[in-house]
Design a protein around this ligand. Structure first.
Ligand SMILES: [Zn+2]
Ligand SMILES: [Zn+2]
Length: 358
């Protein structure tokens, strides 16, 4: 098998040939055809997350060091199965749900692997899908995506499930006339807008610092747009939401994006933090109580969320954001572009044309 690996943080990824894994027990080997590239791959490539104030959370402190095979939006064909595998057969096309827990703790027992203290996430703790082959521990993590475009289906594993889970945290606060803001209109934000539309929300306001992304957001169904870096951004967002901003889903996650949403939310509003751009915030505590504001973190999504987003896509209720299909060998420049916020929508690597190599 061939994989494109981080051999040194921040340096170009290296193509490496390895023995293709042989599945035992309940394991499944998937021959990857499509592999989405996510902004969090940029952080993993750099080797840290920015905590603000000059502080960083390093991967190496979590026991993760190169060589690393990233990639957590895998779609492919089942190529080999262990003797205990039931429910999938060689030749089946599946998306791999990557947010796998330890399978032994209370959270995993309840189907909440995203709350597992010792996750085995694909493309982070386990080798990922920037590769021709992927070893999956159990067929329960394989999701049937028949009828959905292959490249778009791959992106549901992170982009899709992350949006679905984040929106689910905002929805309980929503009233019919309320507005919801999507902050950051990269691949996730654009998909979130279409997902909210698909769920029946009308008053969706898109915020970004890039006019091209705001234009794409209108194409996805945003009713209004706000330049979040404008001097009057708070006033503009307040007017666009008519003083009824019930929820903001922040796909950027920096102090300025938090401050924009937090200052405009109506009483009883919910701020959902998804983006990991990083930084720190300091805010007076009493108003959080007095305004009854909920500040909620949301990290990827559960297998239940994955099934939910796949159902929405199969029902035709999701409009795919623009998807750029690229050759796997371009991965380093794709990560550079993501780091510099160039490009619109999502990027998916096409592994289907790469020949078997070992
Ligand atoms: Zn991701
Ligand atoms: Zn667990």
């Amino acid at each position: 098998m061939l994989s494109y690996d981080v051999t040194e943080h921040g340096k170009p990824l290296q193509a490496r040939l390895r023995e293709t894994p042989k599945p035992t027990g309940t394991e499944v080997v998937v021959r990857i055809t499509h592999s989405g590239v996510c902004h969090s791959d940029v952080h993993l490539w750099h080797g840290y997350f920015d905590l603000g104030g000059g502080k960083k959370a390093y991967l190496k402190d979590r026991g993760l060091s190169p060589p690393l095979t990233l990639g957590h939006e895998p779609l492919g064909i089942v190529e080999a199965v262990g003797p205990e595998v039931r429910g999938v057969a060689i030749g089946d096309k599946r998306v791999v749900y990557p947010w796998i827990g330890c399978d032994k703790c209370w959270a995993c027992d309840e189907g909440l692997s995203t709350l597992c203290a010792t996750p085995r996430n694909v493309g982070i703790a386990m080798p990922g899908a920037f590769a021709t082959h992927l070893l999956v521990p159990d067929p329960k993590y394989l999701v049937d995506v028949s009828g959905i475009d292959d490249a778009f289906a791959a992106t549901l594993a992170c982009s899709g499930v992350t949006c679905y889970s984040a929106i689910a945290k905002a929805v309980p606060q929503m009233r019919a006339e309320d507005s919801i803001a999507v902050i950051g209109c990269g691949g996730l934000g654009l998909l979130a807008i279409s997902m909210m539309k698909g769920m029946g929300f009308q008053n969706i306001v898109a915020c970004d610092i890039d006019d091209r992304k705001l234009e794409a957001a209108r194409g996805q169904g945003a009713a209004r747009t706000v330049r979040s870096d404008a001097p009057e951004a708070r006033k503009a967002l307040n007017e666009a939401t008519e003083g009824r901003l019930a929820a903001a889903v922040d796909f950027v996650g920096m102090a300025p994006t938090f401050n924009l949403a937090y200052s405009v939310l109506r009483k009883g509003g919910t701020y959902v933090l998804v983006g990991l751009h990083g930084g720190e915030i300091a805010l007076p505590m009493p108003p959080i109580a007095q305004r009854s504001i909920a500040i909620v973190g949301s990290f990827v999504g559960t297998l239940g969320d994955m099934n939910g987003v796949v159902e929405l896509a199969k029902a035709g209720k999701l409009q795919a954001p623009p998807i750029n299909i690229k050759a796997p060998a371009e991965i380093s420049s794709i990560l550079e572009d993501l780091d510099q916020h160039r490009g619109i929508g999502r990027t998916v690597l096409d592994f289907s044309r790469i020949q078997e190599t070992s």
